[in-house]
Ligand binder design. Sequence first.
Ligand code: HEM
Length: 398
Amino acid sequence: MASTQEYAHPSDVDHNDPAFIWDPYPIYDALRRHDPVHHSAAYGGYYLITRFEDVRRALADWETFSSAELGVTSIPMSVKRDFPEIPLEVDPPEQRRYRALITPWFSRSRVDQLEEQVRTITRELLDAKAGETQIDFVQDLAVPLVGRGLAVFLNVPDEESRPWPGWLSDIFHGRMANRQRADEAGRKLIDYVDRKIAAAKERPGDDFFSMLATSDYKGRSLTDKEMRGFGVLTMTAGQETTVNGIGNSIWYLGSHPDQRDRLRRQPSLIPHAVEEILRFLSPIQLLGRSTTRDVTVSGTPIPQGSTVAVCYGAANRDETAFESPDECRLGRQHNNHIAFGYGPHTCIGAPLARLEMRVALAEVLRRVPDYELDTERIEMTPHGDLRGPWRLPATITR
Ligand code: HEM
């Protein structure tokens, strides 16, 4: 099912199907036009909401489209946790109170101060490839950059970050391919977070976990389980998403050398380009919600207790919201995309993601001005809710 014309069987949409993973856009296009709230029979049944306004309305209406259920944002649900990821798996008003505790840590003013450290890491990674003609922009650059960038953000020692990308790819990719490996990696991540929390309680320092351990929540300290929920979410939410954001950008520019030259000549466009590539190739394509009551969206009744996929990727290509949505215009103005979500759960990590994408693009444009993608060997992440290349091999030509 790769083109609009072939779209004929409403029950066959599965976001983890390889054709969807490779190119979901013709399918979204058909859905937005003909079946805007599509019911898929996959994974026990779920509804895909694809129009921009419907997606925004659903995300804002947390009372109807709840995320307060363990694992609900990931379709199919695969968690074996006994604690909520906070603040994602909590609904307002509780969610707002939790989120307020970590907002200063994630703020743009704090995060922008990390720019030089992120740049140094990026340069180190590119320097390690100096003199070579082959590079995999995802494995050699994006993956370690985002892992080490997270250590800078959490303010923990750089060496501690080395195993994180491996755990996180096992967790995310293992959901589809290797459950045992995913569960083991999940345990390692939880153990790490628990150890950091125990150390922070014993002797608080100036890292993220110490901030949690010394927080006041409604007149009391956070429980170990609450801190674990914050820690695990923060460490999982930002890795593969930002890797995809960087990978998608380098992929797009590698496939459009004229646009790459333009950006190199005009680096002041980079922040706009980052936003446009996030819209055009959204790293999070869709996430789940559960309906708390019967509701009708664009004429389609959705019963209470249904799983719903809110499709950011489809919404970001809606022609009612964006002029020529299928064109990637790096200088696009008024770019009201929802790649970072909408409503109460809007991405709190967006300043860090933007910083890492901006720095990665600027440094690649400067250090690797010309590269040719080895398109035959590009591999996508093996699931369709998060989308981007997982292997992006290229030959450095200048
Ligand atoms: C390009 C990279 C990123 C993209 C596209 C992205 C996208 C999103 C989206 C769409 C949501 C809303 C989820 C929902 O409504 O169910 C979200 C939430 C969230 N993101 Fe990001 N994200 C990115 C990077 C990051 C980073 C770097 C971090 C942290 C280090 C992070 C932490 C979070 C957290 C904690 C939430 C939950 C917020 C809440 O529930 O109030 N994200 N992100």
